[in-house]
Design a protein around this ligand. Structure first.
Ligand code: 9MR
Ligand code: ZN
Length: 551
């Protein structure tokens, strides 16, 4: 077992050698292209690899930006459309290198999707597919029911949720659904990409999602209820997954888990049908059974950790959006009017229709409904359209006040803020795709630019991507595998102004501007963990942009 040097892990983070911030993966030729700097200067130049000036322009002062505490100047080089590799120079300062071209995000999409393979549980990750990051089979023993330790069950398989080795039904269902919608809306993007995972008859994205779905199916009990999670009692220390031999427990049923499970199984049934009818039949039967459980249990059945357990809780205050999503997917999959009645009934509760996860997931129901091939109720459609229009306007107003062009106000810098960033980009993407609001394209893109380096710290929040990037995520295998380079393609949680762990409290001063409340430190779970449902919206947004730029 590798011994961990905790002191070495807690060293100060590298500071970016750059002071002009760009999307380090690059820009599509026709995209709006902006570099950001927190110092005053009038002129800037874009240089190619040989140092030739390919574009020069005047910066624009964007004013003080509250979330970063910066006075921001913007270098807009949109007119430069020639493919190539460049950097920006202004007043003797430089940016990281970046590309302009038609395929700049292909590799980022492959990496963020391959990330799920690296999180597979219960299977050896062989060198052929996992390259440097191969490791032995993990968590192969039977689990015990928390409520009755005499009962054992098979809960093997699926993805590790995050930096920890737990597996949680709501988180897994939402991540699968976002990936399935990426495929459903942008199939052309996925029909050609190869992420080097064990092959099946399906495109790689569906092969990978099936790995999680097979595990999810094991989490349904004989009555149709769905267990909330399977984890050890306490989080594992920093050990490789194959060295974690603590007893795993299956924790009680929750109505959120049951509803999310029903929803994702119904959605998946429609997508896998053309590839594997038996699997699809199994999924829809499981979805209907859990929907029947929901009907029979109209009251909210939440979840909180029992005494003696400190693994992820994923508690929610109600299950309104979960039930709405479940009935929307069941109606979309079957066309049965009883599900329509139920989704209309569920929609009367108080929950947002434009949130994509992981707990408020009304937007997944809304998208399901808008794409449904069966009869739709015009007033429900209006309600969804109105909710998206309102949200998009609100996000646009916030983005207009932000020097870095993202709809992130100070309260958006919470634990996992990069999920908020990417789910906002999903809202913009849906504005374009579902409601023909083409002004949304630029904003969806600017949110990706931020994720990939055009932010106040100039850091790319995806491991393995860009010159100055996250490399020390709170991800157990990466902490102990002894490999200098992190497993690639992982989206880090990102800035969190609440300083929610001891390392964050220690490293960051009170009063640090929200966009800068971040450290690339493996011990800081509230700043630098990774999760499946932070990666899945990034995959969705990348797929949307690739699709938008297919020529
Ligand atoms: O992503 C979750 C974040 O929104 C919460 O604030 C936080 C504390 O409850 O928990 C996060 O979820 C963690 C989960 O409980 C266990 N796996 C890792 C997740 C990311 O840190
Ligand atoms: Zn495992």
């Amino acid at each position: 077992m590798t011994m961990i040097n905790y002191e070495a892990l807690a060293v100060a983070n590298p500071v970016t050698p750059f002071s002009i911030f760009v999307n380090q993966a690059g820009y599509y030729p026709d995209a709006v292209k902006k570099a950001y700097m927190a110092f005053s200067c009038e002129d800037f130049e874009v240089l190619d690899l040989c140092g030739n000036v390919k574009y020069s322009g005047k910066t624009v002062y964007a004013g003080p930006d509250e979330t970063s505490g910066d006075d921001v100047w913007v270098a807009d080089f949109t007119p430069l459309k020639d493919s190539g590799r460049y950097c920006i120079r202004a007043n003797g300062n430089t940016s990281a290198m970046f590309n302009i071209g038609r395929h700049i995000y292909d590799d980022v999409l492959c990496k963020t999707l391959k990330a799920f393979y690296y999180l597979r549980c219960g299977q050896e990750l062989t060198e052929e597919y996992a390259l440097l990051w191969h490791h032995a089979k993990c968590h192969t023993d039977l689990s015990k029911l928390w409520e009755d330790a005499d009962v054992s069950m098979d809960a093997t398989g699926g993805w590790h949720d995050a930096g920890d080795y737990g597996k949680y039904v709501t988180a897994g269902s939402v991540a699968c659904a976002q990936l399935l919608y990426a495929y459903k809306l942008f199939p052309d993007v996925f029909n050609t990409i190869n992420i080097n995972i064990p092959k099946a008859k399906t495109p790689d994205i569906l092969t990978e999602v099936r790995y999680e779905l097979e595990w999810l199916l094991k989490m349904q009990n004989s009555e149709g209820g769905v267990y909330h999670k399977v984890t050890t009692k306490m989080h594992a220390p920093f050990i490789m997954p194959e060295d974690d031999h603590e007893q795993m427990y299956v924790f009680p049923v929750s109505s959120m888990a049951c509803a999310d499970f029903a929803a994702v199984c119904a959605l998946a049934a429609t997508i896998y049908e053309v590839y594997d009818k038996d699997f699809s039949d199994k999924l829809i039967a499981a979805a209907k059974k859990s929907a029947a459980w929901l009907d029979a249990h109209p009251d909210f059945l939440g979840f909180s950790n029992p005494d003696g357990c400190n693994t992820g809780e994923y508690g929610e205050r109600n299950d309104y959006s979960n039930r709405f999503w479940a009935y929307c997917e069941l109606y979309s999959a079957t066309g049965e009017s009883s599900y329509h009645d139920k989704l209309i009934h569920a929609s009367a509760m108080d929950f947002p229709l434009t949130e994509f996860g992981y707990s408020e997931i009304g937007a997944l129901g809304a998208v399901s409904y808008m794409l449904c091939k069966y009869t739709r109720d015009p007033s429900m459609e209006d309600k969804i359209r109105g909710a998206f229009n309102w949200r998009i306007n609100d996000l646009k107003n916030t983005a207009a006040t932000c020097g870095y062009d993202v709809a992130m106000g100070e309260h958006d810098y919470y634990w996992g803020s990069n999920m908020g960033l990417m789910t906002k980009a999903m809202v913009f993407a849906m504005g374009d795709v579902l409601f023909d609001d083409h002004s949304c394209v630029e904003l969806a893109t600017s949110h990706l630019h931020y994720l990939l380096g055009a932010n106040a710290l100039g850091i790319c929040y995806v491991t393995g991507v860009g010159e100055f990037r996250v490399n020390n995520p709170h991800l157990r295998p990466t902490v102990c595998d002894g490999i200098g380079e992190s497993i690639p393609g992982m989206v880090a949680g990102g800035p969190n102004r609440n300083l929610s762990d001891p390392i964050a409290k220690n490293l960051l001063r009170e009063g640090t501007p929200p966009m800068k409340c971040y450290a690339d430190n493996a011990l800081s779970y509230s700043l630098n963990e990774i999760t499946i449902y932070w990666n899945s919206p990034a995959v969705f947004v990348l797929a949307y942009l690739l699709n938008h730029n297919i020529t």
